[in-house]
Design a protein around this ligand. Structure first.
Ligand SMILES: Cc1cc2nc3c(=O)[nH]c(=O)nc-3n(C[C@H](O)[C@H](O)[C@H](O)COP(=O)(O)O)c2cc1C
Length: 243
């Protein structure tokens, strides 16, 4: 049985495109007859606390030297990391807010990416002292944005600080492959939005089926968008940069 950690980050409940996509992903998964064990972490509705100076001090204090107060301060983080550790698939459904991730999702990331728990730090490794601890997981990234055209040579090139950021973070979640489906044009509400949404729905359905059937490797690769109508679709496997 697959363990799926579902994280929703939209503050909207009604009419949320990203929640619609994460619901659909799980519905299609279950329709195959495979019943996943789903852990739900709704950071949009229940934003995690921001980390603090005391939190950082606690995280860097060796376990055996931590005070009860420091242990208590790390409890939320411990719980979140346990959820990540148990997951085979991490499903993150997130809007673009101000060209990046919602603050609540960033707060979750800050609670999860932690020395000694999700990465080790060793200066003996030279200029790359950080090394992820987890591996072998799949990240499914479902996004929505009001604007469009964040790809190379497009209108808003360079303005997407959501997907690249999560891609960088993914290695500390232990994700070896990433699948991304995004809806664009939400703010325009025109035929381009309708097309983008329809494309994304189809891709989410395919993705769920492919992952159940174990086609989660590089054989599931979409060709680059060919026309303006399909530009909104970036259902692409993003190879995780590992160097
Ligand atoms: C606070 C806020 C900030 C937003 N910032 C951006 C943005 O910088 N770029 C963009 O393309 N869309 C932006 N949007 C539009 C959302 O990404 C879009 O409405 C998306 O569909 C929201 O996800 P949801 O439907 O799951 O709630 C913003 C929306 C909100 C509410």
């Amino acid at each position: 049985m697959s363990n799926i950690l579902r994280i929703d980050a939209s503050v909207r409940q009604a009419r949320s495109l990203t929640r619609m996509m994460s619901d659909l992903f799980l519905k299609k998964w279950r329709e195959t007859g495979s019943i996943p064990n789903v852990i739900r972490r709704d950071v949009g509705l229940n934003p995690p606390p921001a980390i603090s100076e005391d939190w950082v001090a606690a995280a860097f204090t060796p376990l055996e030297q931590r005070s009860p107060e420091q242990c208590a301060l790390l409890k939320t983080s411990d719980g979140f990391i346990e959820e990540v550790e148990q997951a085979d698939i991490i499903l993150i459904a997130t809007p673009m807010y101000n060209y990046g991730m919602p603050a609540a999702l960033k707060a979750w990331v800050d609670q999860v990416v932690r020395v000694g728990k999700t990465f080790t730090f060793d200066l003996a490794r030279g200029d790359r002292p950080l090394e992820p601890i987890f591996s072998g997981k799949t990240l499914v990234l479902l996004t929505a944005s009001g604007e469009f055209g964040f790809g190379r040579g497009e209108l808003n090139e360079g303005a997407d600080h959501l997907v690249p950021h999560l891609r960088t973070i993914s290695k500390y979640l232990g994700a070896d492959d990433i699948h991304h489906v995004g809806i664009e044009y939400q703010e325009f509400g025109d035929h381009r939005f309708d097309g983008s949404k329809a494309d994304a729905i189809r891709e989410v359905e395919h993705l769920a089926r492919d992952l159940v059937e174990g086609r989660s490797d590089s054989s599931y690769r979409m060709s680059a968008p060919a026309s303006a109508a399909t530009k909104s679709l970036h259902a692409t496997i993003l190879g995780v940069a590992r160097s």
